[in-house]
Design a protein around this ligand. Structure first.
Ligand code: AMP
Length: 222
């Protein structure tokens, strides 16, 4: 099964992708995470991407397409993947169609997490993750049970993304509406687009996604 999760920043794509990864044995491919790793390593790509990401703009298609192409060619992608944050433009979607056709890895579903812009600024501006395991938290909605200690792995270091601030969020939402939203009619025309209510509770969003995908292998109801 090969999926795309579509939706603006803060819609919950990363959270749902992590859950799907565990439940369905798929691999999450987040171009944002990959680019942040490139920035951290100081690679050529990272140096090109850094300022663009800090401004909340999109990294040029050619760079992201090459990076994604290499990632989808890794052996672990064969068992199925969830694309989180890619494609973000129509040229990226077109390049993906070509790539997946060459590899005979068809897309199963494109799932849009539909949310109101008004909710997104609050969702994004308060979020942070465990530096050790990547578990996501939020200042208002989900603090660790014991302050300063990750619920999942016991880690004590947390990270806030440089671009998760009220100033950059506006530019990221603008980029979404102008450059990424045209993918909705693109995938609707292909017949792969499904929509879920991204404003619902996280568990309810997960339930709606599972209703589209069918029960995971060896599913429990948790
Ligand atoms: P994300 O973690 O998906 O919110 O991505 C963080 C930032 O990385 C975005 O604001 C863009 O600057 C960049 N980025 C991630 N994925 C893409 C993509 N598919 N195309 C262009 N830029 C991207």
């Amino acid at each position: 099964m090969n999926l795309i999760l579509l939706g603006p920043p803060g819609a919950g794509k990363g959270t749902q992708a992590k859950r799907l990864e565990e439940r369905y044995g798929l691999v999450q491919i987040s171009t944002g995470d990959m680019l942040r790793a490139e920035v951290k390593s100081g690679s050529d790509l990272g140096q090109k991407a850094k300022g663009i990401m800090e401004r909340g703009e999109l990294v040029p298609d050619a760079l992201v397409i090459a990076m994604l192409g290499a990632r989808v060619s890794q052996p672990d992608a064969v068992s199925g993947f969830i694309l989180d944050g890619f494609p973000r433009t129509v040229p990226q979607a077109e390049a993906l169609d070509v790539l997946l056709a060459q590899k005979a890895m068809p897309l199963s579903h494109v799932i849009e997490l539909q949310v109101n812009d008004a909710a997104l600024v609050d969702r994004i501006a308060g979020r942070f993750t465990c530096a050790e395991c990547g578990e996501g938290y939020h200042d208002s909605f989900k603090q660790p049970a014991t302050a300063g200690i990750c619920d999942k792995c016991g880690g004590t270091e947390f990270i806030r993304r440089a671009d998760d601030n009220a100033t950059t969020v506006g530019a990221r939402l603008e980029a979404y509406h102008r450059q990424t939203a045209p993918l909705l009619p693109y995938y609707a025309a292909q017949g792969t687009l499904r929509v879920v209510d991204g404003m619902a509770e996280m568990a309810e969003v997960a339930r709606q996604i599972e209703a589209i995908l069918g029960a995971p292998p060896g599913a429990s109801n948790s």
